[in-house]
Design a protein around this ligand. Sequence first.
Ligand SMILES: [Zn+2]
Length: 252
Amino acid sequence: MKETLAALVGVQRLDERLTVLRRRLESLPAELGERESAQSVLEAGNEALDGRRKTALVRSHEIETEVRTAEARIASLEQKSRSLRDAGAVQVAQHEAQELRDKISRLQDEELRLLEDADRLAAEIELGRVRAEESGAELVSFRQTVEADVAELRAKVEELDADRRQRLAKLPSGPVEVYEQMLEKRLGRAVCALKGSSCGGCGMMVPPNDRVGVGTSSKLVRCRSCLRIMVPAELWAPQDAAAAAGEDGGAS
Ligand SMILES: [Zn+2]
């Protein structure tokens, strides 16, 4: 049984790595998606600015036409008032001409503001364009990195998965079944160490009989609380035990 337990610890390690790799595999497309939508937002912002600039320019052209029309009308009114004999009619024509001059002045003020807006927007658009170009280039290289990482991760997952299947195929079916069941129920942690007199998985006290069973590795012992398969500390992390021993030796 000891060999089976040691093998299950090995599979548990593989499964932990597989979990990390699979999580990374899932998160990469999401990260890419976030960056892609940030890029779209940036580009849409620039387009909106461009739309505002075009609207301002269209309006300023309209104003120019309105100004020309008003000026022509003023010229014709002036000409008319020179030929008019009736003082009242002259006054009416002059009054209309004055109103038109006031209107031209308002329109020219508006046009000035619109042109200033258009200039300011052009500067903003240029800045936004440069920024979008930079982040677009970054996005392209990020996408390539993600694609390479995904391919690499997939290959690694396949390799580890094959290794895992091979290891499990060599073990007796009973413990394997328990392992697979617990792996699912305990979110990827089916095996744990006995830590002192407690289960290393859930921390519950382990009865003395069970502790002896775990210590001798003579049978498959499961925590009565979390049902995980328990193994002695030296099976769980032999390298840790060795390192701890080495550290102790160095310190003394
Ligand atoms: Zn437990």
